[in-house]
Design a binder for this molecule. Structure first.
Ligand code: APR
Length: 272
């Protein structure tokens, strides 16, 4: 009987849905300065730059659809529920493609832990209330726009913004609750990832740890595999990537190639 599966995914799993990864030669960090658009300080210093950056990612994510890797994972999570096999999915991605694949098979969006947050949610900087936020807010020229996304995954338990007021100076979106700034509910560098305690506690009892499409460059996500080995020296550690050089020495098994080929193949082996 298959033991507990812990799966961590990164930007590489969404590459074949047409979304840029972060550290490839054409990656997001080649065309944007992380310290200007994706850190806590950047948001305090120039929130309009952070909003314009995430508006670009949000518009791109809205045009993408889950690929066969997202869908194979969602189908296997459904099968594991029926077979009583624990399957914990945590992603570093904010594109909500896993959540959309889960919704397609009738599983709750919350069955995927998005530890770096989601592009479909924004929060009030004052009271931290979160909202489903369908607005792009800034178009690619950095001008505020009321363009709405149509395909991102939203949460039934959150209020959905029906309209947004903008402040005068930079046309930044304001929260309906406190009339203070709204912030994209994505984890900026310098902020604590979401549901971290749950991620660490879910590593306990893992029989198979799988990392898909991640360069393992960012903590604490890149610590989970080592944690799994520390808690269970017999755990299988599997690295699914087009480039195995990114694997830390923790990983002992390698499925090399695009996620849309390797993930369905790996899952068929795990669940056969
Ligand atoms: N199939 C499988 N793996 C792929 C594919 C593919 N089609 N395309 C690229 N990859 C691999 C690359 O070889 C690389 O190892 O996906 C990985 C992507 O690495 P990064 O771009 O560093 O993305 P990620 O690991 O998710 O970054 C983690 O860093 O900037 C922050 O918050 C951001 O969540 C992100 C975090």
């Amino acid at each position: 009987m298959q033991g507990k599966i812990f799966m961590l995914t990164g930007a590489g799993i969404s590459a074949e849905s047409g979304l840029e990864t972060y550290r490839s030669v054409t990656g997001i960090w080649q065309s944007h300065k992380m310290e200007e658009v994706a850190t806590r300080d950047a948001f305090l210093r120039a929130p309009e730059k952070v909003w314009q950056f995430f508006a670009l990612l949000k518009a791109a994510a809205d045009k993408a659809v889950p690929n066969s890797a997202h869908r194979a994972i969602a189908a296997s999570m459904l099968k594991c529920k029926e077979m009583n096999i624990p399957f914990f999915l945590v992603t570093q991605n904010i594109d909500t493609l896993h959540e959309r694949a889960l919704a397609e098979v009738g599983l709750p969006v919350s069955d995927c832990i998005a530890m770096h947050g989601r592009l479909s949610v924004s929060s009030c900087v004052k009271c931290r209330k979160s909202f489903n936020d369908p607005f792009i807010h800034f178009d690619s020229r950095g001008i505020d726009s009321n363009e709405r996304v149509k395909h991102l995954a939203f949460f039934s338990e959150l209020e959905t913004l029906a309209s947004v007021e903008h402040e005068k100076e930079h046309r930044l979106p304001l929260s309906p609750c406190c009339k203070d700034l709204l912030k994209p509910s994505v984890v900026l560098f310098g902020e604590e990832p979401q549901e971290l305690n749950k991620c660490y506690s879910e590593v306990l009892g893992t029989s198979v740890f799988v990392a898909v499409g991640t360069s393992g460059k960012v903590a604490p996500a890149n610590e989970f595999a080592r944690w799994a080995v520390r808690l269970n020296s017999g755990v299988r550690t599997i690295f699914v990537n087009t480039d195995q050089s990114a694997a830390s020495d923790t990983f002992k098994e390698f499925f090399t190639g695009p996620a849309t080929e390797q993930v369905p193949f790996l899952i068929s082996r795990l669940l056969s």
